[in-house]
Design a binder for this molecule. Structure first.
Ligand SMILES: [Fe+2]
Ligand SMILES: [Fe+2]
Length: 264
């Protein structure tokens, strides 16, 4: 486990605050944690799909990709269908025609595997929710992903490179948080979270490799820039508790109170 986490801890500019871990392991927060985690898995698949549809495939393949995701989106956003009936993936990499962009095959190869894995995780989270008798409810997303993506450039290829770097940070943080909370959760859920570490660590690495390959220039300053933004979102006060949220309000309040008490 250490060999998986070491590069991730090095990549992230700050560790998850203990106050977030304390909040995340409270049984009362389990429904929020799992519901939000579920939607994060779908969003991870959607973002990867957006990247290949936008940058790497022709219109026919783009349509096939959308159809692949549609039952998952209908279930999540419109609560249509049974989760047990969600289809297994029928797509493979060769189904997709390449556009003339030089990096399309590389993008397709990595992202198709990633989408398959995220949709599998999505299904696994639903299995966990079933075990713990947690009903699915659509909850609002946290500030985290938006807070990162808002800094992406709007012109190409910089926009793509920025989105890939954001993808790397989101995957790396997820991996770090799974590892942090796994030992404190019910063993079955803890085991599941530990089982996710390997694939999320690979996703982080794939995003980073793609960004570096496509850029063909030194992107270290850009990576550092997003690392700082990411650390701000994680280490600042956040009134909303979610999988990727910042320092919980209650923790800020008690820290402020002890500071005040200490100053008297
Ligand atoms: Fe995942
Ligand atoms: Fe992932």
């Amino acid at each position: 486990m250490d060999t998986i986490l070491h590069p991730i801890k090095h990549f992230l500019h700050c560790a998850t605050p203990q106050s977030w871990v304390d909040e995340a392991v409270k049984p009362a927060n389990l429904p929020t944690l799992l519901n939000d985690h579920l939607v994060c898995e779908l969003k991870a698949a959607q973002s990867a799909m957006f990247l290949i549809r936008r940058y790497a495939v022709d219109a026919t393949s783009a349509k096939a990709l959308l159809e692949w995701l549609a039952p998952y989106e209908k279930f999540t956003y419109r609560q249509e269908g049974n989760w047990q009936d969600l289809p297994k993936c029928k797509l493979n990499k060769s189904m997709m025609a390449k556009s003339d962009s030089p990096y399309s095959q590389n993008l397709i190869d990595k992202m198709v595997l990633l989408i398959k894995e995220e949709l599998h995780h999505f299904y696994q989270v639903l299995e966990m929710m079933d075990i713990y008798a947690i009903e699915y409810t659509n909850i609002s997303s946290s500030r985290y992903a938006k807070g990162l993506l808002t800094h992406c450039k709007t012109h190409e290829p910089d926009a793509l490179i920025d989105k890939l770097i954001c993808g790397a940070y989101i995957e790396a943080r997820s991996c770090e948080r799974f590892a942090k909370i796994a030992p404190h959760l019910d063993p079955k859920l803890g085991e599941f979270y530990t089982s996710l570490l390997r694939s999320e660590a690979r996703h982080y690495q794939d995003y980073l490799t793609l960004a570096t390959d496509i850029a063909q220039k030194d992107i270290a300053p850009r990576i550092a820039f997003f690392g700082e933004r990411e650390a701000e979102l994680i280490s600042t006060h956040d009134s909303d508790f979610k999988f990727h949220s910042g320092v919980p309000c209650a923790a800020i309040n008690s820290a402020e109170q002890s500071l005040k008490a200490a100053s008297f």
